[in-house]
Ligand binder design. Structure first.
Ligand code: NDP
Length: 512
């Protein structure tokens, strides 16, 4: 459990020079959990400078030696998983099952990049301008100091899934976790230093986004942001003015399609798992279910049975299917969306009210039908345990309606035929599409990049792209003999003719 000594040790890792603090909330009880330090913009400037100093040395460390630290970190994460889950649950109110999945995600990230990074980051020979006469290589140079800004819903997974590749690529990181969920992130940072990360390479600052987050965006060499589309736009505009790169993992209004040939029971169980994961506070959770009319009644009956069977509880064991929402703000958003829908004529098939008897921010898993475009929950992200079911007459209608949103993060398709599911997936405008699953297998398939289309983001995490985005490519080309400056005695027109002949020969013989 969280002791004062643990809080003090973790808070020592925060770059904060004043005595200012924030109180964080123990979500299951509503009481105070901890006091965490507040960093100032000056602290951010110092953290970036200190990180920059350490990064110069780190960039010269062999990739294999960098990876060895993360392999030790992997072992420490497994060893301390229970304590991390305790902190994570206190700060977020999520169920132990959701906490387990969250703590597991960085393990997959480490395993993948430990295998792939040495080759991805190694200098690559490239074809030179003229075969044999020009030697060309592509190097991968770290960006320098990466600013990582993360939200409260998956604070541990989202921070480490980004920090790990950024550091392996040779960067330093200045991290701003969400204040409410700072402790679990600091727990991981502490373990990473125990694993041997050079002191100062990973800096943590805590404070209000518009103050401390902005200070990072104004000074770092690259920004990795996960959060709302609204904040993502502000960060993109600011980083754009400085001409520094960024990746943005943003919101969604994800569709789940149950096709006529779906295994209806599997779809009902799968939909419950993904829709109410982390109480729906998951960027990839579906909030819109499009169900083919042929199986609509059967699906709705089975889906409701599964929802009503869910166990909600505030507990530190694995018995709860779903935990609490994380904050009063989130509870109010959910209540607002459901009350608005109810007032405008939606039908509440199940749920629809808070559960203060379980904890201050608990809310029932809620299923709506008859949702229409003038309702808030129709196309705004609720980010809570609220889904709307729509009956569709054809597959084409399901695809059109699934795509009729400004977002494009994740989608799910349920069908007995994977090939059929793949054909539908190819028509969906979403960065990730899951077939017969909601969000787990795509996230866990670290070899394939994932991220958002449209308003759901720019850039990808995972895969080669999730590592190489933290680097600049550098083209190093050498001419082995003088080619671009003809000898003085050669008339330039002859030189042009010679070069054109050479280009023609290369084209014809396809030497390149
Ligand atoms: P916010 O955008 O409000 O906040 C995210 C982070 O950004 C927080 O650390 C916040 O700090 C900080 N921040 C806020 N304003 C600024 C600013 N002007 N400049 C720099 N940083 C700032 O998002 P939420 O916390 O509400 O997170 C939920 C959202 O995140 C949802 O829309 C969800 O869909 C999305 N998300 C996307 C994921 C993805 O991978 N695509 C994954 C998880 C969530 P502070 O704590 O002070 O507010």
């Amino acid at each position: 459990m969280i002791t004062d000594a643990l809080v003090a040790r973790l808070c020592d890792r925060v770059a904060a020079s004043t005595a200012d603090t924030f109180n964080t909330v123990d979500v299951f009880t509503g009481g105070t959990l901890a006091k965490v330090p507040r960093s100032s913009p000056e602290d951010v400037a110092e953290a970036v400078e200190a990180a920059r100093e350490t990064q110069r040395v780190w960039a010269g460390v062999a990739v294999a030696d960098r990876i060895a630290i993360f392999e030790r970190f992997h072992g420490l994460l497994l060893k301390h998983a229970e304590e991390i889950m305790d902190v994570l649950q206190s700060e977020t109110g999520k169920s132990r099952r959701d906490a387990f999945l969250e703590v597991s995600a960085p393990l997959v990230t480490i395993g993948y990049y430990a295998r792939k990074a040495p080759k991805l980051l190694a200098p690559q020979r490239r074809q030179g301008m003229l075969p044999g006469l020009v030697k060309t290589s592509e190097l991968r140079v770290p960006k320098g100091v990466v600013g990582t800004i993360t939200p409260w819903n998956y604070p541990f997974a989202l921070a480490f899934m980004d920090i790990i590749p950024a550091l392996i690529a040779g960067n330093a990181v200045v991290l701003k976790p969400d204040t409410q969920t700072a402790l679990c992130t600091l727990y991981g940072v502490d373990l990473l230093y125990q694993a041997g990360l050079p002191q100062g390479l990973l800096q943590v600052v805590i404070g209000d986004g518009p103050v401390v987050g902005t200070a990072i965006v104004d000074t770092a060499d690259y920004i990795g942001f996960t959060g709302s589309t609204r904040t993502g736009r502000e960060i993109a505009a600011r980083a754009g003015r400085r001409l520094v790169g960024y990746s943005l993992e943003l919101g969604g209004k994800n569709p789940l399609l149950v096709l006529a040939d779906a295994n209806v029971q599997q779809a009902a169980v799968g939909a419950v798992q993904t829709c109410f994961s982390n109480s729906g506070q998951l960027c990839m959770s579906p909030e819109r279910l499009f169900v083919h009319t042929e199986i609509y009644d059967d699906f709705v009956r089975r889906f409701l049975d599964e929802v009503k069977r869910m166990n909600l509880a505030a507990g530190y064991d694995y018995s709860a299917d779903m935990g609490s929402l994380t904050s009063q703000r989130q509870l109010e958003t959910v209540q607002k969306h459901v009350e608005d829908a109810r007032a405008k004529g939606a039908t509440v098939l199940t749920g629809g009210k808070a559960m203060p008897e379980l904890g201050p921010f608990f809310y029932e898993p809620t299923v709506l039908t008859d949702v229409t475009p003038e309702m808030l929950c129709y196309d705004n992200e609720t980010f809570g345990p609220v889904v709307s079911i729509y009956r569709v007459a054809t597959e084409a209608e399901a695809i059109d309606r699934a795509n009729a949103t400004s977002y494009g993060l994740n989608a799910s398709v349920f069908s007995k035929s994977i090939e059929h599911g793949e054909r539908v997936a190819a028509q969906l405008k979403a960065g990730t599409v899951h077939i017969n699953d909601g969000h787990v297998v795509g996230l866990g398939s670290a070899d394939a990049p994932m991220g958002g289309m449209k308003d759901s983001g720019i850039g990808r995490r995972n895969g080669a792209e999730g590592l190489l985005k933290y680097t600049e490519s550098q083209n190093i080309s050498a001419q082995r003999v003088p080619l671009v400056t003809p000898p003085r005695w050669l008339p330039f027109g002859w030189y042009v003719k010679g070069m054109q002949g050479l280009l023609r020969l290369i084209r014809r013989t396809n030497i390149r």
